[in-house]
Design a protein around this ligand. Structure first.
Ligand code: AVI
Length: 320
């Protein structure tokens, strides 16, 4: 779907909720990159630290030649750690980078170009379409490794997360691997500091969505009339990000054919970041047709990397 259709659909819900994938225009991607450096937002740093340690074990578990597909690559730093580990084990590797941002793909491909003997391609696309493109054509005997890192899965509600992982599974053969990064439940204070940081970067990241709607859909959001809010919903185990209307106002979005009245205090629900217990990860993976093989946890930041294998679909005859 396009931005206009997604915004129209998102504004038809209550609370109004445009999809979070539209945070990542050029400025939004820079702001997210900066958030990753904040001391309060520990996901990016914890995962990079963990990957530095475990990439050799991940590489060692795969049969070459290996096809690596990263869904949502960002700058490609973490992807490069895995590909370097495969290179160190002399496993021939071809890499597919799937991201909606052209800048993210370019940064990842540039990084990968420095690793000898690696072929790499970018797919500027949604996760599912990009994966379909990446898996198109004949496969060799080796394994495929899908990287879904950064707790990106946390931005889907549990049913959609299972649906997405099931779609990933359908593109794979039994024995192929999935490396899943998930942020774990932690004390509320830590979560709120991560999603409402004292420097205001997360607030800027959230408000930038309105700037994008103004620019791309000719909307008339007055950014001064909205405030960032992060709340921990303990029952649903998710941090919710909202933009709170500071007054009663009417917003027009001509490019999406939307006119929306907001009462003072009413919110636009812009993102959910689900937090997991390790067992939840196993459950969601199993429901999608994967079996956990190994898990590594950064105890300080409470972040997990889980290596899963695709299991044969019940009753299906697949190549293995
Ligand atoms: C990309 N995603 C996993 C981030 C998260 O933690 O949900 C996006 C983000 N939102 C606010 N800060 C970071």
């Amino acid at each position: 779907m396009s931005l206009a259709l997604d915004v129209k659909a998102g504004f038809a819900k209550r609370p109004r909720s445009p999809p979070p994938k539209y945070f990542y225009d050029a400025l939004g991607s820079c702001l997210f990159e900066a958030i990753g450096r904040l001391p309060w937002y520990r996901i990016t740093k914890a995962e990079t630290r963990l990957l530095r340690r475990v990439a050799p074990a991940v590489a060692g578990a795969l049969r070459g030649p290996v096809r690596v597909v990263e869904l949502g690559s960002g700058s490609g730093v973490k992807l490069a750690l895995v590909v370097e580990a495969l290179h160190a084990r002399r496993k021939k590797t071809d890499v597919h980078v799937v991201d909606l941002s052209a800048a993210a793909i370019e940064a990842s491909l540039e990084r990968l170009a420095k690793i000898p003997g690696v072929s790499a391609r970018g797919h500027r696309s949604t996760y599912e379409r990009g994966l379909r493109e990446a898996m198109f054509g004949p496969r060799g005997k080796g394994d495929c490794l899908v990287l879904f890192l950064g707790s990106n899965i946390g931005n889907f509600d549990p049913a959609d997360a299972t649906r997405l992982l099931s779609a990933v599974r359908r593109r794979l053969r039994p024995g192929d691997a999935l490396l899943l990064g998930t942020d774990l439940v932690k004390p509320e204070r830590k979560l709120l500091d991560a999603y409402d940081d004292p420097l205001g970067l997360t607030a800027a990241f959230n408000l930038n969505l309105l700037l994008r709607l103004n620019r791309e859909l000719r909307a008339d959001f007055d950014l001064g009339a909205w405030a960032h809010r992060a709340v921990w919903n303990a029952r649903a185990r998710r941090v919710e990000m909202h933009l709170v209307s500071l007054k009663s106002q009417c917003v027009r979005i001509p490019g999406a054919r939307v006119v929306a009245d907001f009462a003072a205090g009413e919110t636009l629900w812009t993102e959910s970041s689900h937090k997991y217990e390790p067992d939840d990860v196993d459950r969601i993976a199993a429901a999608a047709g994967f079996r956990r093989e190994r898990r590594w946890v950064d105890g300080g930041a409470r972040f997990a990397l889980t290596l899963c294998r695709a299991v044969p679909a019940p009753g299906a005859e697949e190549d293995s």
